[in-house]
Design a protein around this ligand. Structure first.
Ligand code: NAD
Length: 307
């Protein structure tokens, strides 16, 4: 069945360039009314201009869609609140939030400036949190919301010179897990995107032949699925070059050590067994994991499990 967004209102942050622009255009082409947010700075967050957001909003309007340009800095609470208020004043609801805006300030860890670290966390993690919190109660009251947090394989797997960026992007995993737990009963589904695309942030990092395969539009169909009516929830979707994969966090089957054998030497001796992929599983939340350990310990001790 065709996925459509007629009657839905979407906010896409950082939609003046790159991935956000592709997401905004695609949402609008399938019927969504779109707030095209972009501060319009450089790739490292310097400067400001309303031109890029306006250009994308104009493109949507010229194609017969509905859009509003918005120049809010997503790391500024007041500006974010105003952005959501504008969407509400025009269209009366917010159904979709694609947190996409971001910057890079790469430096190897020893040379990293803490001011850059704070700035990168402020834009990515705090900015994403501010935008999400500003729409949260609107979505709760509607009983409907679809939120994507744009993370990165850098945060999930690591990348040279990206301590700040990776920390911010990994923080989004924790945010998604909690928002999923708190939002599910209100019809809010939250997912994490780990994209890879040729944009100004990746210009020059790869040969042109590789960049030619990875335009932003090769990622966008995954985002549209994640914000659709029948979207999954608490999914980490890796997307790039037209390839889509699901990333999972798995915990190996816990090995119980009885009190008399609970030494660092015993851990060392059985570390292969502790690390074994056999029996590994996906955990649903922290209580699920903690109670599993208690049950395992009780079984190891031959007593009834208190949980
Ligand atoms: P981009 O620079 O082309 O687009 C990012 C946009 O965000 C820019 O238009 C910028 O002006 C805007 N922006 C930056 N700070 C802002 C702020 N404070 N408020 C509002 N807007 C702001 O970059 P892109 O590659 O399209 O990146 C989009 C997202 O995808 C980012 O979060 C990035 O970290 C993430 N990402 C990209 C890649 C990739 O391969 N390109 C990989 C992993 C993650």
């Amino acid at each position: 069945m065709e996925i459509r967004f007629d009657g839905r209102v979407a906010i896409v942050t950082g939609a003046g360039n790159g991935l956000g622009r592709a997401h905004a255009l695609a949402l609008a082409s399938r019927g969504a009314k779109v707030v095209v947010n972009d501060l319009g700075g450089s790739g490292n967050g310097a400067g400001r201009s309303s031109a890029v957001a306006e250009a994308v909003a104009d493109e949507i309007l010229r194609a017969g869609g509905e859009a509003i340009a918005d120049g809010a800095d997503i790391s500024d609470e007041g500006q974010v609140r105003d952005m959501v208020a504008t969407a509400m004043a025009h269209w009366g609801r917010v159904d979709i939030l694609v947190n996409n805006a971001g910057i890079t300030r790469d430096k190897s860890f020893g040379k990293m400036d803490m001011a850059d670290f704070r700035k990168v966390l402020d834009v990515h993690l705090v900015g994403t949190t501010l935008c999400t919190q500003a729409v949260w109660n609107v979505m709760r009251e509607q009983g409907y919301g679809r939120i994507v947090l744009t993370s990165s394989t850098s945060g999930l797997y690591g990348a040279f010179a990206q301590a700040a960026y990776a920390s911010a992007k990994a923080g989004m995993l924790g945010l998604m897990n909690v928002l999923h737990i708190e939002g599910a009963k209100h019809g809010i589904r939250v997912n994490l995107l780990a994209p890879w695309a040729a944009t100004r942030l990746t210009a020059g990092l790869l040969p042109q032949e590789a960049l030619d395969l990875m335009g932003p539009d090769t990622v966008t169909p995954g985002v549209l699925y994640l914000v659709s009516e029948n979207a999954p929830a608490r999914v980490i979707l890796s997307a790039g070059s037209g390839c889509f994969a699901r990333i999972r966090l798995l915990e190996s089957d816990a090995v119980f050590f009885p009190p008399e054998g609970r030494t660092p030497e015993m851990i060392a001796a059985r570390f292969d067994e502790i690390s074994s992929a056999a029996g590994q599983r996906e955990v649903t939340d922290t209580f699920d994991q903690n109670s599993y350990l208690v049950r395992k310990a009780a079984a190891g001790l031959g007593i009834a499990s208190p949980l």
